[in-house]
Design a protein around this ligand. Structure first.
Ligand SMILES: [Fe+2]
Ligand SMILES: [Fe+2]
Length: 168
């Protein structure tokens, strides 16, 4: 279907985000199984629960615009997932290196989400769809918290892993 106005553009962005969040839900489950570090693992589990709420918010955002919620294939997020899976299959990382790699995979996903939510919020705000913008901002705040957690803990967790390797 041709996208001819801002409402349709926003609908496209919401569909892309809905697809991305549903994909991320599976990705977070996978990463939580891989990461044994208790603090990072707990945060991944928490973000998985938050993501379920984000999917509901996106569905409500569609309704606020007068559309039926519909996911639209998002090759960007599939590419990020593929990078993770390929590294695991082809490079055969040790458990510790997989955990170190996963921090970077998670950070990439959060940055992707932050960019997508900022875009959708800008469109919703521009056309005065305030309820839609409010719901999207709720999700964005959670993504920014997760991004901050992964970024600040990446250094700490990497140093810990490096010490463990040196002692092994
Ligand atoms: Fe998300
Ligand atoms: Fe996220």
């Amino acid at each position: 279907m041709a996208v001819n106005d801002m409402n349709e553009l926003l609908k496209h962005e919401l569909g892309d985000l809905l697809y991305a969040e549903k994909t991320i839900l599976k990705g977070l489950k996978k990463m939580a199984r891989e990461v044994k570090d208790p603090e990072v693992n707990a945060r991944l589990v928490q973000h998985h629960a938050e993501t379920e709420g984000q999917i509901q918010n996106l569905e409500s955002a569609f309704v606020a615009l007068g559309y039926k919620a519909r996911a639209q294939k998002c090759p960007g997020i599939l590419g990020l997932m593929e990078e993770h899976d390929e590294f695991k299959e082809e490079e055969e990382p040790s458990q510790q290196m997989l955990e170190a790699f996963d921090l970077g995979s998670g950070l990439r996903v959060e940055h992707y989400e932050i960019a997508a939510y900022n875009t959708a919020i800008a469109i919703a705000t521009a056309i005065g769809e305030s309820e839609c913008a409010r719901l999207l901002k709720e999700n964005l705040a959670q993504e920014m918290e997760m991004e901050r957690f992964l970024r600040t803990n990446a250094g700490k967790a990497l140093r810990k892993l490096n010490t463990q390797l040196a002692e092994a």
